[in-house]
Design a protein around this ligand. Structure first.
Ligand code: GDG
Length: 476
């Protein structure tokens, strides 16, 4: 890569924030920006700094050449079929993902997965080294790339390197199970700032540097083995609150919400869940609570119905297939026992939807259930709150989602405690309007002040790049 394209701000993430659009009959593919929160947050800086985003563009084998979209330079990294199996589905999603989420499913480990993880991390690091201008700022994202900070520092000691973990960082007893745990820890310590979703996660990390490496963390800073100070702190991520509000306020969404409510038979209470079909999200626990409430008569069909959107996810991994079987069996059982002709108790949707369709669902949900067993943050909870333009509705939220620290006025619950889950669900369903409004108003106010740009600005300022963070000044 020549110096003429070198960037002073580089984002490194497993995925590029784009979807490929193939038009039959036309030569060559085109790209469209995908709607994620991360790209919304980073777009202003990428644009202002003529920044580069490095990541996988989807697909197996050779990657397309770097290209520009919406003022961002995108630099695709190739992954072949074996790497997708071993680095991505293997070490990232069948070792790290379950281990970092309290081992709610048994983490698997294979040495060839690790080898592939190392190789792919090295590829991302080399690409970042080639794309970054002298003294540039590089921001590495998430658990798939934990070795990149140290690898990149070896190649380019002049850079400022940040790392942000989107998922939880486990307590020491769990992390200790990880083969190659030292490599991961040293990988992260290559950064100048390591960001987490919660203060507890940052504490877990700092404690490990003492336990495993004999370092001496003080407050938020630990001196790494090479003598550099590394800051480890929490920067809770958020949503683009204004844009979520704007979509919820649009006529298209309001009309669709009316239609949906009618299609559901205009029930008194709609309970909604929106999750990737993932075993960390507590979908089974939620369904079980709903079944028992129908069974004991505290809730009944057709007054109350549940809508569960379960977006397809990681479908080649066995734990995910097993979860799908379990969830679908439970939905079938509930509908068999409590549904009526034309009125199922649970409307189960194993599909992906547009942002507008999701917004319409948020608008019709009298009660939103977000009950993960463990979750880094959970943006769905925040999107629901931001969409409630009338300040009504009730959010049932797991204590084990990072979002619980931000959305204090939610109906919070321990989803492992089925009886507690049942009584909180009933309390939410029966909550008086004035109580709903008091809670929702406070949470909406919080999200206006703490949106995803606030998150990015906070992290970049800690990374010692206040001038970069000024990219947000004009649009907030
Ligand atoms: C990881 C961490 C952390 C879902 N279905 C559809 C759809 N979505 C969107 C939601 C939301 C996002 O996907 C899901 O974000 P979550 O935060 O809920 O969960 P993860 O995917 O597990 O994300 C998590 C997050 O990273 C950010 O740091 O909060 O803890 O696990 O925005 O709206 N979007 C569309 N169609 C769907 O069908 N368009």
């Amino acid at each position: 890569m020549s110096d003429s394209t070198a960037s002073s701000f580089v984002v490194v993430a497993n995925r590029l924030p784009v979807d490929r659009i193939t038009t039959p009959g036309s030569d060559g593919d085109t790209w469209r920006r995908s709607p994620g929160g991360l790209v919304t947050a980073l777009h202003p800086v990428l644009q202002a700094e003529a920044g580069t985003w490095i990541g996988w563009a989807g697909g197996e084998g050779p990657a397309p050449s770097p290209f520009t979209l919406d003022g961002m330079r995108l630099s695709p990294v190739p992954l072949d079929a074996d790497e997708l199996r071993n680095y991505y589905e293997g070490f990232s999603n069948a070792t790290l993902w379950p281990l970092y989420h309290d081992a709610v499913e048994q983490p698997a480990f294979h040495r060839h997965w690790w080898k592939s993880y190392e190789q792919v991390n090295a590829r991302f690091a080399e690409r970042a080294a080639a794309e970054a201008a002298p003294n540039a700022l590089v921001w590495v994202q998430d658990y798939q790339l934990q070795l990149v900070p140290a690898m990149l520092r070896r190649l380019r000691p002049d850079l400022r390197i940040g790392f942000f973990l989107h998922i939880p960082f486990p307590p020491t007893e769990l992390f200790m199970q990880l083969p190659r745990r030292l490599d991961i820890l040293r990988g992260l310590l290559g950064a100048d700032v390591v960001g987490f979703q919660s203060p507890g996660a940052a504490q877990n990390f700092l404690r490990l540097t003492r336990q495993l490496l004999g370092l001496k963390p003080r407050a938020h800073i630990v001196e790494a083995e090479d003598g550099r100070p590394v800051r480890a702190e929490s920067y809770p991520i958020s949503i683009d609150t204004a844009s979520v509000e704007q979509i919820a306020a649009s006529d298209v969404v309001a009309n669709r919400a009316k239609e949906l409510r009618a299609e559901l038979g205009d029930p008194k209470t709609i309970i909604l869940g929106v999750d990737r079909l993932d075993y960390t999200k507590g979908i089974e626990q939620r369904l079980k609570a709903f079944r028992e409430l129908l069974s004991n008569g505290e809730l009944s069909v057709p007054d109350t119905v549940m809508v569960q959107v379960a977006t397809p996810s990681r479908e080649r991994i066995e734990h995910y297939r097993a979860l799908r079987r379990t969830v679908e069996r439970e939905v079938g059982r509930i509908n068999g026992d409590f549904g009526r002709v034309g009125i199922p108790a649970v409307h189960y949707l194993h599909q992906s939807y547009s942002r507008e369709e999701l917004a319409a669902l948020y608008l019709i949900a009298d009660v939103m259930t977000v009950t993960p067993l463990r979750d880094g943050m959970n943006l769905v909870a925040k999107e629901y709150v931001a969409s409630r333009l009338n300040n009504d509705g009730a959010l049932v939220l797991s204590e084990f989602a990072g979002a619980a620290a931000d959305l204090k006025q939610a109906f919070q619950v321990n989803p492992h405690d089925l009886d507690a889950l049942k009584s909180v669900l009933v309390a939410a369903v029966r909550s008086p309007l004035d109580e709903q409004r008091r809670r929702m108003r406070a949470m909406r106010r919080y999200l206006r002040g703490h949106d995803v740009k606030h998150w990015a600005r906070g992290f970049l300022t800690a990374l010692g790049a206040p001038e970069t963070a000024t990219a947000y000044d004009s649009d907030n």
